[in-house]
Design a protein. Structure first.
Length: 258
């Protein structure tokens, strides 16, 4: 069941996703060698609650933290830990959710810890570009497959692996609504995009093989070949005039470039 949102509901989703963007910016300010992913989780949880929202991931299907923090070969759903100490050259994918005023925010950003290798920097850039290219297809009259194909084509043109087991989704009063938004697919296929749909587009792109392993902790997904992966996510409202991006990466990028 796909729920179309009113303009008012889209504004509440925007409020949530701006708060997620601000939370990711706050986390980004604290990312440096020596910090633990558990410390980053606490910073985010405090920030979200101080802004009148609730961390949407905490307790979701039993998830034990407010952020998913996935380092290097971890693709998504990493559990913050006091044992996970970031070091120079790591990349860290941070996925954040909020719940406020009856709606959910959900966005993700992959950060560099200090200087990272050029090939890893490229993986991050290309994954973000794949998100942008997918999002440009999020207009009424297109189909989900137009978004999926744009993401896949860009990532694969660099020889990267596009994860198949996980996908984007509708966003609203619940974190995971219909339709599913895969990061691979064919143009002109899949559900029709309509004015008022809100979807999360979230490429999960591996430097090497697309194959992933689900770890024994019940959550963490990592690359099978243990090469790095990147993950960027936007919430986007589908409009007749084109995509209306509800997430704001400029807030994050201003914070980390200062
Ligand atoms: Mg997310
Ligand atoms: Mg999501």
């Amino acid at each position: 069941m796909i729920y179309l949102k009113t303009d008012e509901e889209i504004e509440l989703l925007r409020e949530n996703n701006i708060l997620v963007s601000k939370t990711l910016a706050e986390v980004g300010r604290h990312i440096r060698p020596g910090v633990t992913t558990k410390e980053l989780n606490s910073i985010a949880e405090d920030f979200i609650r101080a802004h009148g929202a609730v961390p949407a991931f905490l307790g979701y299907q039993g998830f034990p933290a407010s952020l998913c923090i996935s380092v290097n070969e971890q693709v998504v759903h990493g559990i913050p830990s006091s044992k996970c100490v970031l070091k120079e050259g790591d990349i860290v994918s941070v996925d954040c959710g909020t719940f406020m005023k009856g709606f959910v925010g959900d966005s993700a950003y992959t950060f560099a810890v200090g200087e990272v290798a050029a090939e890893v920097r490229q993986l991050m850039e290309v994954t973000k570009e794949a998100l942008y290219k997918g999002a440009m297809q999020a207009k009424a009259g297109n189909r989900v497959g137009d978004v999926s194909a744009a993401v896949q084509e860009h990532a694969e043109s660099f020889g990267y692996g596009v994860v198949r087991e996980l996908e984007g989704h509708g966003l609203g009063r619940k974190m995971h609504e219909d339709p599913g938004v895969p990061n691979y697919g064919a143009r002109g296929r899949g559900p029709l995009l309509k004015e008022g749909m809100v979807i999360c587009i979230e490429p999960m792109i591996n430097m090497g093989t697309k194959a992933v392993v689900f770890e024994q902790d019940g959550w963490t997904v990592r690359t099978r070949d243990r090469k790095p992966a990147a993950h960027f996510e936007w919430a986007v409202a589908v409009r007749k005039s084109g995509p209306d991006v509800l997430t704001d990466f400029s807030i994050i990028e201003q914070a980390i470039n200062n």
